[in-house]
Design a protein around this ligand. Sequence first.
Ligand SMILES: NC(=O)c1ccc[n+]([C@@H]2O[C@H](COP(=O)([O-])OP(=O)(O)OC[C@H]3O[C@@H](n4cnc5c(N)ncnc54)[C@H](O)[C@@H]3O)[C@@H](O)[C@H]2O)c1
Length: 317
Amino acid sequence: MKIIVTGGAGFIGSHLSSRLIKEGHQVLIIDELHPYYSVERKKRQLEMIKHAGEFSFYQKSLIHHEGEVRDLFHLFKPDTVIHLAAIPGVPNSILVPNEYVDYDIKATINALRFAGEAGAKQFIFASSSSVYGDQQNIPLKEDMANGTVVSPYAAAKYGAEAFCHAYSTIYDYKVSILRFFTVYGPWGRPDMAITKFIKQLMADQEIVVFGSKTARDYTYIDDCVSGIISAFQQKDQYAIFNIGSGSPILIEELIKQLRGFFPGMRVKHTDFRQGDVQSTWADISKAKGELGFHPSMSFTDGLSRTIEWAKAHAKEI
Ligand SMILES: NC(=O)c1ccc[n+]([C@@H]2O[C@H](COP(=O)([O-])OP(=O)(O)OC[C@H]3O[C@@H](n4cnc5c(N)ncnc54)[C@H](O)[C@@H]3O)[C@@H](O)[C@H]2O)c1
């Protein structure tokens, strides 16, 4: 298939693109290399994709280079568009909320329009568990998102989902909304807890934990990529799927497992952060039943692989 991956130089996008290339797809990546985190890191991630095989890359922005990006879509004529481009990060969205309207909503509208005009048959959107708001300690089913979000990031993703639905009625493509749950693993995003903690622990620094009794449904990157690829099996014109592990991990458990690797670790507990939710827990029965999605990495093995990677790339993380 011909596939456009927006945000393909990012954490999830670089792993996904490598896998798609290895599976024989023709991949075109559009990524502006946004400086939300190190641009060098994104260039490194692009280099990594080259090991998988050939692909095209355009350093263009979905919002600042509209005309050129539209031309790329028209010329390439993708079968599928996988739209990952966004600025992530809950705390940053409280600092610069309007950026999230631009990068997470307006960019999505452009991708939806360009995909439709270019005749794509499927549009896959990277949404987030944050759209469920703060519904604590219960498995979250796809129909439980009701708009009661608690951060500008989540509000932008929830709004972008609505645009995806609107465009599924305007254009003749299938739309898949995938709600990712805290993705981690090698080359994990540097602003996210697991990557940040490991980096600090390797430098013998204290780690800071926000709030207590929090829990996250951590998804290993390879399982997330498998989840995205499983969406090719979607039958309905429009559908929403949780892509998670289905097993939440308490912060105490994460700390305990990290202590196994870094016995001298020092932990400072501080207040719960505004915009965060207490817990996330994905009910993945819909993706299992309809897409054949089966996450296979245990948290213990995933964490161990992530630490192994971090130690081997200490200078780059
Ligand atoms: N990592 C997670 O745990 C997680 C969880 C839920 C949802 N998501 C969503 O998955 C997607 C990928 O996340 P990630 O962790 O790989 O983030 P990332 O920041 O590593 O990747 C996003 C990429 O998009 C690019 N980009 C941003 N705006 C752009 C624009 N307007 N035009 C072109 N390129 C642009 C960035 O340069 C970056 O390389 C995002 O939409 C994110 O919100 C991620």
